[in-house]
Design a protein around this ligand. Sequence first.
Ligand SMILES: [Zn+2]
Length: 122
Amino acid sequence: MSPDILLKVKDKLTNNFKLTDKQTTDFLELFSRYKKGQLIYPGAFIRKTYLSMSVVYKILEDISSSGVLERNFEVFCPSCSRYTGGLFSTLKDIPEELECDECETPLNFLDNSLVVYKVVLD
Ligand SMILES: [Zn+2]
């Protein structure tokens, strides 16, 4: 991430979300490692900052609104705990008939999709 973007994100964390200094530092430390094209899994930020899931999602949505990230849906297989690799921009883009490549478990786009954020600007 460029220093420019990190500065903007820092402003958001401080002004819009009232994070503590430590939470801000931890969030930015992790965020700075991402490069264009990479996927951000909100869980990584929850583990790193101890913020609640809803706050982490709100922050990532806020960063998306400034064009740095793009929200996508990824299909996750609960049986073998892996992502199937397909990335969809909206829920309705996910095929209704879907199964895991690995274990052939039938997957449902509503229950088995997770929100991830793709870095589109770094
Ligand atoms: Zn599977």
